[in-house]
Ligand binder design. Sequence first.
Ligand SMILES: Cc1cc2nc3c(=O)[nH]c(=O)nc-3n(C[C@H](O)[C@H](O)[C@H](O)COP(=O)(O)O)c2cc1C
Length: 340
Amino acid sequence: MVPDVAIAAESPPLSQTTAEMLRRAMELALHAPSVHNTQPWRWRLCDHAVELHADWNRHLICTDPDRRDLVISCGAALHHLRVVLAGLGSGSSTDRIPDLENSAHLATLHVRPTPPDPHDAELFQAIPRRRTDRRRFSGVPVGAALMQALAVRAGDLGAALHPVTDERARARLDAALAEAAAHQHHTLGYTAELAIWTRRYAGARDGIPADSLPCLGAGPEGSWLSRFPRGRLACIPGEPCDDAGVLMVLATPGDTTLDRLRAGEAASAVLLEATRMNLATLPISQVLEVSHTRRRLRLDILRTPDHPQLIIRAGWAPPNAAELPATPRRRLEAVLMQSD
Ligand SMILES: Cc1cc2nc3c(=O)[nH]c(=O)nc-3n(C[C@H](O)[C@H](O)[C@H](O)COP(=O)(O)O)c2cc1C
């Protein structure tokens, strides 16, 4: 592989069209999912490259003490950016954790004069379509071949996707989810953070609006939704309660910032691939935010040396389900850092 320095030395100055393409790419990548829709990222436009920085001011200190969700959210934005560039016809390469002196600088994406990765490019159309769906799913199960295709996407980014299909493991996972919810309910500052990010001021471009949260009876049976207050998302008329949604645990070989960043990239790839298949998806992080339920998930439920990072629930929305509204995003100007 050619070192970045050599390419930078030979590169012509950033042309108007490349700069415009990168601005458009950064803007579209803002569609990435993030914990409580905090959008905890910043971009810096450089010479033929975009830097991704964590925005520690948007850290949910009481909900996410390890900053796991924050870094995963940034990883999702990084993967979205790579997919958008590929969709716009540009190749790229990624330097992860490039500056050990600056822990906020999580990655740099370099534009390359190479053809785009076709696997990334095919996810491009799914970016504006993807939504977090917290409603009940239909009783149609997700087939093993589709779950395998999602696992391949995660594997491409160095993560494993473990579907929890065994009944006893699923019951233990439901219990761990309930325990994490109960634990956080008593965690100082947790409910305040929840209120801050679900009751934003009018016109806010972040947080979770009531239109994205199910009203009474519209969500699935179970504890994983108990973190959010009820919203205005309507029930699906006439839909029976047999929700066949599957829970899949995304895990990485280690638990460093780099592993979490990669987990975020893999989460984005799985969510976009699922959207491409017309599956509805919901990321679930509560059980990973509490150290003892995270440990239980790893050692008693998955029984794997891998480190669980995020749960992804997937299923088929009922045929008569209304289209979900998009959650808001901040303007590009609000997340752009000054270039040196
Ligand atoms: C790391 C991470 C953790 C998340 N955890 C949860 C969760 O526990 N429960 C939930 O309902 N949504 C969760 N989400 C989904 C976000 O709330 C959602 O991405 C955000 O509100 C933006 O909405 P959108 O995905 O529809 O664009 C999580 C997303 C990420 C990236």
